[in-house]
Design a protein around this ligand. Structure first.
Ligand SMILES: C[S@@+](CC[C@H](N)C(=O)[O-])C[C@H]1O[C@@H](n2cnc3c(N)ncnc32)[C@H](O)[C@@H]1O
Length: 263
């Protein structure tokens, strides 16, 4: 599923979710892929471009990075945030080639893989765009965190099981072993898995939770919910997280797996 955002959702995503989750793991992913000055790199499912900008700063000025996403609102925000960095923002599905002439030295995708509708075709397309010995790296969540588990449980009971399933999808997708198998099936070699753990600190859960939901693809559904429903949801999430909460502050560990392979 591609993201269906309200107009301000990409801005909320960038302000609230990127510093807490996406930006921190983007830095870890870019460290692992280690783009070198002069390299040609593609960031797939780039959203607002947090990893893309980090890559640009490593490969510039001789190198190049392209950011690809299916969602035009995300790309508009990415363009705004990347002023001064000549990054090509490509609106496309992952199964289409970003640039028919390019052999990328590295292609990476942070938290995009679970959403690709046809995973074998997506991997075949990405592998075909790699230069010889080029590397592909995809990151996926290491299952639920205590926070996402509590949130999905509460949404299932109070809002709808279907909405909860949509929210849970990135956390309940295939694990790293299956992803590594998919890499091998696409013809990639030297496939390896790396787990990256971080401590997450949410100073005020009550303030954060509605903002998180406003930045998700399900925002339209949640936004239509009655404010009483919203309060009930916050209260239920708080009750599930009671052992982790101190004066409204939530601290927990969360982790991702990166699978990387070479053409
Ligand atoms: C969870 S977001 C992660 C984005 C970004 N990598 C980050 O870390 O901030 C997943 C992104 O993948 C994009 N996406 C989902 N399916 C896609 C597809 N088939 N082709 C291209 N982009 C896709 C979505 O539009 C969304 O912006």
């Amino acid at each position: 599923m591609t993201f269906q955002f309200t107009d301000d959702a990409p801005a909320i995503y960038d302000r609230v979710l990127v510093p807490l989750w996406f930006g921190r793991w983007a830095a870890a992913l870019v460290d692992l892929v280690d783009p070198k000055p002069g390299e040609q790199v593609l960031d797939v499912g780039c959203a607002t471009g947090v990893a893309t900008r980090l890559i640009y700063d490593r490969v510039a000025p001789a190198g190049r990075v392209d950011g690809m996403d299916a969602n035009p609102k995300m790309l508009a925000q990415a363009q705004k945030l990347s002023e001064g960095r000549p990054i090509a923002w490509i609106r496309s599905d992952v199964t289409q080639r970003a640039d028919p002439d390019e052999g990328y030295d590295a292609i990476l995708s942070q938290f995009g893989y679970h959403a690709f509708a046809d995973k074998p075709v997506a991997l075949a397309s990405l592998t075909a765009q790699l230069a010889p010995r080029g590397r592909l790296a995809c990151s996926i969540w290491d299952g639920h965190s205590v926070y996402t588990s509590a949130l999905c449980k509460a949404v299932a009971r109070i809002v709808s099981p279907d909405l909860a399933a949509q929210l849970a999808a990135p956390r309940e997708a295939q694990g790293p072993e299956q992803l590594a198998q998919d890499f091998l099936a696409a013809g990639l070699r030297d496939v390896r898995m790396t787990r990256q753990e971080r401590t997450i600190d949410i100073p005020d859960l009550r303030d954060f939770l509605p903002q998180h939901l406003a930045a998700t693809p399900q925002t339209g559904l949640f936004g239509a919910a009655d404010p009483c429903l919203r309060d009930a949801l916050v209260a239920e999430v708080e009750s599930h997280l009671a052992p982790y909460l101190q004066d409204g502050r939530l601290v927990y560990t969360d982790a991702v797996h990166v699978v990387m392979g070479y053409r």
